[in-house]
Design a binder for this molecule. Structure first.
Ligand code: SF4
Ligand code: SF4
Length: 225
């Protein structure tokens, strides 16, 4: 199971900036188990956003947001509403936010931070998305492409000088992660995101909260592996 923690509601509201109409999608897989992304949490966030003046255009929960085919089939009846929304808030790990952005073709904001869990990280579905469990998900800036896993140098503010014809200097068969981010932001009409400065990674954010590290679940997990 992937361990996630909810971002503070104040941070979620601030991240939205001038986005007004928000559609909320939760994940019924790991976040439901971790009590960070189930129906109860969706409703709580909805209430907080409405108090802050946002219009919630709809909410839904999908069993596993790390499974793109499942997202595609489940959102079909809601696509018109999603298209008319300014943005989507996703209550899932980084894999789910990446998969949702690709399928919905809409800017997706992460409501959760994905944390390490003893290094035994895996999505419920083994798709092509990768998350480095940085503990401070920033996928709304990069159009749902993770700079920590798409770029071997983990650059956070644009491509290095080694990029050539859209390929990474470390491997000519590999697409440059920042070229992919540029193309995705262009497609989403969000190229202005490239002007934001992303702060250097704070590795201490990878650690789960102290209370979680003292929980019986944590102790049991440590014992059986
Ligand atoms: S920014 Fe990347 S590494 Fe960090 S939580 Fe999001 S997907 Fe994972
Ligand atoms: S070429 Fe692109 S993906 Fe490769 S290291 Fe430079 S910025 Fe990162």
């Amino acid at each position: 199971m992937i361990l996630t923690e909810q971002k503070p509601i104040e941070e979620i509201i601030e991240n939205f900036g001038k986005e007004k109409k928000i559609f909320i999608v939760g994940c019924g897989g790991c976040p439901e188990g971790a009590e960070t992304g189930g129906i109860k949490e969706i409703n709580k966030i909805k209430e907080g956003l409405e108090k802050a003046g946002k219009k919630i255009t709809g909410t839904m929960s999908i069993d596993f947001l790390c499974q793109k085919a499942l997202i595609r089939s489940r959102v079909r009846p809601r696509m018109e509403t999603i298209e008319k929304s300014d943005a989507v808030l996703v209550l899932s790990c980084g894999l789910g936010v990446q998969a949702s952005t690709e399928v919905l073709n809409k800017i997706c904001y992460p409501a959760l931070n994905t944390k390490t869990f003893g290094g035994r990280i895996t999505g419920m579905w083994h798709g092509s998305e990768r998350c480095d469990t940085c503990g401070d998900c920033l996928l709304e800036y990069t159009g749902g492409i993770c700079p920590y896993t798409a770029c071997p140098k983990q650059l956070l503010n644009g491509a290095c000088a080694g990029q050539s014809n859209g390929k990474c200097e470390t491997d000519p068969d590999r697409d440059c992660g920042w070229e992919l981010i540029y193309k995705r932001l262009k497609k989403l009409g969000r190229l202005e995101n490239l002007y934001r400065f992303i702060e250097p990674r704070n590795y201490s954010k990878m650690l789960p909260k102290e209370e979680d590290r003292k929980s019986k679940h944590w102790a049991l997990d440590e014992e059986v592996i």
